[in-house]
Write a protein that binds this ligand. Structure first.
Ligand code: AR6
Length: 371
């Protein structure tokens, strides 16, 4: 029997080296070696605080429990109860993995084993996550959250509800209705634009853009809403970025937000009026945010109306800089982005975007005469 077990262990050790979660599984499996032997010699086992009726059933049950645990909203509750029982130490986490390894030794298929081990590693990391506290390690939290699929990230949202990308309607130009456009029709941009009215913190997309200030440490308006929804750990990562200049953009994890990333940009202050400097800075905000998104493989991005609130940039002027900049970026990089969402909060902004979008994304080739 011991021989068979060792053979199974060698098989797992012989799994090809990979990067990412599977390599972590291998590493954790190796680290569980000593614990594994220890478990194997025990006659009875404790799984999740309850004795298993037999070692075989116990280990298979453990694998199943881990599987369902990581994909349901019970994760937090389980975590709290295991915290209370003091089972969150790395030693306890290795114990879980060792138990899963024994399941394999006793006949679980390699694929099932690898899946269970993978889930087990994720679960072990999940046990450390607390998005309601400012005390956690933001790097570890970020690494963990970014390793999850959208579905597995959902239990960690701090918002009461979220809006998935497929529920955000695509904007389409209506033929022949508007003023002549100075832009050519570009079919490649069809299905890539949305105007969404509401709270940007609800959007379950790859990245939302924040209208931040130069400190990146939070503020009022949409900045305040994003920090509140993401949780206090967002500020920790923001502090590590050492501020941001006007027109530039920096990216962080979304933490408790449904959005995977937050791209922070600083718009121009336009209380004294809009000149070339403000126009250029606003365009830079949008261009640099889109560039940051594509550099991080974010394919869906939502923008609030940057600078048009507390910073005083008139919306009716901003909309033209915004639509022209996004159009030019999409012309050059449409293959890297699936959707750009203009998230408007005020009814007048919704109207402005719907009115002006056909000028930048015409339905037909209605080129404005140069005469
Ligand atoms: N979702 C979407 N849009 C929103 C939301 C929301 N939850 N809340 C407000 N808006 P502002 P700014 C809209 O003032 O002008 C902060 O203190 C809002 O209606 O948030 O760039 C920063 O720390 C408006 O249309 O950003 C800076 O100090 C738009 O978001 C300063 O404000 C932008 O308004 C930045 O000022």
């Amino acid at each position: 029997m011991a021989h068979q077990v060792l053979a199974r262990v060698s098989h797992i050790r012989a799994l090809p080296r990979t990067t990412g979660p599977l390599s972590r599984v291998r590493a954790d499996f190796h680290r569980t070696g000593v614990k594994f032997k220890h478990i194997f010699t025990l006659g009875s086992l404790q799984l999740g605080g309850k004795p298993a009726t037999s070692p075989v059933r116990g280990h298979i049950n453990a694998a199943l429990r881990v599987d369902s645990f990581s994909t349901t909203a019970t994760a937090k509750a389980f975590w709290r109860s295991s915290q209370a029982k003091g089972s969150s130490s790395p030693r306890a986490n290795r114990g879980w993995l060792g138990k899963l390894a024994l399941g394999a030794a006793l006949g679980v298929s390699t694929v099932a084993l690898v899946q269970s081990l993978h889930t087990g590693v994720i679960t072990a990391m999940a046990l450390k996550i607390n998005l309601d506290s400012a005390q956690g390690d933001w790097k570890e939290t970020k690494e963990f959250l970014l390793s999850l699929s959208v579905k597995d990230r959902r239990p960690y949202y701090r918002t009461s509800s979220s809006v998935p990308l497929d529920e955000i309607p695509v904007w389409a130009p209506t033929a022949g209705g508007s003023e002549p456009s100075s832009y050519q029709r570009n079919e490649k941009l069809d299905q890539k634009i949305s105007v969404y009215t509401g709270d940007i913190t609800m959007l379950e997309i790859d990245a939302i853009v924040n209208a931040a200030n130069k400190t990146l440490l939070g503020g009022g308006g949409v900045d305040g809403a994003i920090h509140r929804a993401a949780g206090p750990i967002l500020k920790q990562e923001c502090a590590s970025l050492h501020g941001c200049e006007t027109g530039e953009a920096k990216i962080t994890c979304g933490y408790g937000l449904p959005a995977k990333y937050v791209i922070h940009t600083v718009g121009p202050i336009a209380h004294e009026g809009v000149g070339e400097e403000e126009r250029r800075a606003l365009r830079s905000c949008y261009k640099n945010s889109l560039q940051t998104a594509t550099e991080n493989a974010a394919r869906s991005v939502a923008f609030p109306c940057i600078s048009t609130g507390i910073y005083g940039y008139p919306s009716e002027q901003a909309v033209h800089e915004v639509l022209a900049t996004v159009r030019e970026y999409l012309d050059a990089h449409h293959d890297k982005l699936d959707r750009v969402i203009f998230c408007v909060f005020l009814p007048k902004d919704k109207e402005l975007y719907l009115q002006n979008l056909p000028l930048y994304y015409p339905a037909e080739a209605t080129i404005k005469s140069k005469l």
